[in-house]
Design a protein around this ligand. Sequence first.
Ligand SMILES: *Cc1c(COP(=O)(O)O)cnc(C)c1O
Length: 363
Amino acid sequence: MDLISCAPDYVRAISPYQPGKPLSELERELGIAQAIKLASNENPLGASPRVDEAVRQAMKDISRYPDGNGFELKKRLAGRHAVELGQIVLGNGSNDLLELAARAFLGVNASAVYAQYSFAVYPLVTQATGAKGLVAPAQNYAHDPETILATLRADTRVVFIANPNNPTGTFLESSRLHHLLRRLPQDVLAVLDEAYTEYLPPEYRYDASQWLSEFPNLLITRTFSKAYGLAGLRVGYALANLPVADLLNRVRQPFNVSTVAQMAAMAALEDQEFMALSYEINRAGLAQLYAGFKTLGLQYLPSFGNFVLFKVQEAGRVYEQLLRKGVIVRPVASYGLPDWLRVTVGLDKENEQFLKTLAMILG
Ligand SMILES: *Cc1c(COP(=O)(O)O)cnc(C)c1O
């Protein structure tokens, strides 16, 4: 037998994650000078200016291994969330933490549950362990606690919950989320993925870290990739109770978060002004996109994140035409949403250019 066919079936069956095209690649391919990328839910403002200085400082130390414990960053996060240092796990982006959760709790004899139309990484990290992925039907494109509970099997060890969810932008209100956690069996890890939590309007905000004492099986993940604008540096963190955090740390690479990323994250945490501005720009951009979709007569899902899912006929063709005119959005056919596209909220000018280009394409 050849080497490749000796790899486990469950590994060979994985369909690779399709990242958004990098700007430079698209500009090269299409021979255009100024494309706009609204495909990966990045912060259109970039990162806080304080990050520049932190990165410059960190560069002085790049011949040294990073602090594998991330002491300084964890200290700040512990203060912020009122948890112990040992309850924090740092990740090479929060994707890393999702994978660590899967590696720590799943395997060939286990299953994981996630909602229909939820984040593409959940099936990937599940399948990589040989566990079975079970899809809980969505309700109006959103997570449905009832179907999630009904999908659980005796061998289910992990439930992934994205709140807000990507790519739908839907949100499970904190009271319903808390109720779902209360009804989950104690031998199922609830992975609560809060990648977009900074974009929640004040009246919807909640603090799941306060629930950790109530739920020994809760793991919360956060990222610096979205509102904090550090997607290229790869840093995120998880909050859990000590025994869960300890397990994740056992399967974690010792130096999974670089010095530069740790220093940048600390600087980003300090700049509340930048976060407030990022939030405001996003609210304005959402309103701008909604108005544009209404004018074009297009259906869209009101979003709790920094992106909007909208429905167009021949979404594949529209995606290609936008691309050729220098606007990159995200096709979501691989999520089972072939008639929809996802656009990230950009700066005012970018949103305007996107809407104008879309209007042109739709005639
Ligand atoms: C973007 C995103 C993440 C974060 O990915 P990183 O690895 O932290 O860059 C996690 N969950 C969801 C639902 C996302 O959309």
